[in-house]
Design a protein around this ligand. Structure first.
Ligand code: C2E
Ligand code: MG
Ligand code: MG
Ligand code: MG
Length: 282
């Protein structure tokens, strides 16, 4: 696992290891400061109903722009935040900001839009999450079913019972749950059947080769069929061209996300790009 400072694929010298650890610690300190000083922001990527041609929802994605102009991608800083309590603070900030943005849509053309929020493993193992989120959504007047929490298969593997408990409580309150990056992990089909989720997101590594590979197409169709049998919505991630879109539509896929359909945008720009839900992207 490359995200662990102490496990490496090549036999690094002690000096290299020490270096990497120092860099991580620096970044952690910078990230703590970033949270305090408002360097973090959210962008929202459209999730499009590719059958009806309308906006279905959005996914909130965190951004870190440093004062000097440099930005650090979440794939880099989220794993570092996950090594300490920092992820809990960032997670709270993301949820608070997302729900705040969602409540600001009330009375406008995008009222009632669903927002997907990425969650870290340590958030999903916290017994406090469901009540915290419920209090937040009540305070901001956002109905729970508009909030969709995304988790990955890996998060289910480490502490399955605890994660399941939290998931069930979230569902009781009315929040929805979506399984992100589906196909990358190793969930058994039996487990999938018992999960209290409402949608699956097909990882973009499958979507990438969709138009060229027979086998990828077969996998996509199989995931679509699986979704239908288990009554789960399937969202295809990372759609970048018309050929991929056409194959997905032919497979019976209803929901898609990707640069072809819409880039992640700050809330104001999203409102500009989508003056109404019916607006056809692209
Ligand atoms: P993810 O949840 O699977 O999000 C999808 C990623 O794919 C996003 O990258 C998005 O910008 C990118 N993407 C969307 N469409 C396309 C496309 O057509 N082509 C390509 N090549 N990429 C596309 P991003 O924003 O860099 O986020 C990366 C990952 O970081 C996310 O993967 C998620 O796991 C994590 N993440 C992002 N925001 C948060 C957050 O607020 N909290 C937590 N815990 N994790 C987050
Ligand atoms: Mg996601
Ligand atoms: Mg994903
Ligand atoms: Mg991902």
């Amino acid at each position: 696992n490359g995200s662990n400072v102490f496990s490496t694929s090549s036999p690094d010298t002690l000096a290299e290891q020490r270096d990497r650890l120092a860099r991580r610690m620096t970044m952690e300190a910078e990230l703590r400061d970033a949270l305090q000083t408002g360097q973090l922001s959210l962008v929202y990527q459209p999730i499009v109903d590719i059958v009806a041609g309308q906006l279905h929802g959005v996914e909130a994605l965190i951004r870190w722009h440093k004062p000097g102009g440099e930005s650090v991608p979440p794939d880099v800083f989220i794993p570092i935040a996950e090594q300490s309590d920092l992820i809990i603070h960032i997670g709270r900030w993301v949820l608070g900001q997302t729900l705040h943005d969602l409540s600001s849509l009330q009375g406008g053309p995008l009222e009632g839009l669903k927002v997907h929020v990425n969650m870290a493993a340590s958030e999903f193992t916290s017994n406090a999450l469901p009540e915290m989120l419920r209090a937040m959504s009540m305070r901001l007047g956002v109905p729970a079913p508009q909030v969709v929490l995304e988790l990955t298969e890996g998060m289910l593997m480490s502490q399955p019972e605890q994660v399941m408990r939290v998931m069930h409580r979230l569902r009781e309150i009315g929040f929805e749950i979506s399984l992100d990056d589906f196909g990358m992990g190793h969930s058994s089909l039996a487990m999938l059947k018992s999960l209290p989720i409402s949608s699956l997101k097909i990882d973009r590594s499958f979507v990438r080769d969709l138009a060229s590979g027979e086998r990828d197409r077969a996998i996509a169709q199989t995931i679509m069929d699986l979704g239908q049998h288990l009554q789960l919505e399937v969202i295809a991630e990372g759609i970048e061209d018309e050929a991929q879109l056409a194959v997905l539509q032919a497979c019976g896929c209803r929901l898609g996300q990707g640069y072809l359909l819409g880039r992640p945008l700050p809330l104001d720009d999203l409102l500009h790009a989508f003056p109404s839900r019916r607006h056809r992207p692209g």
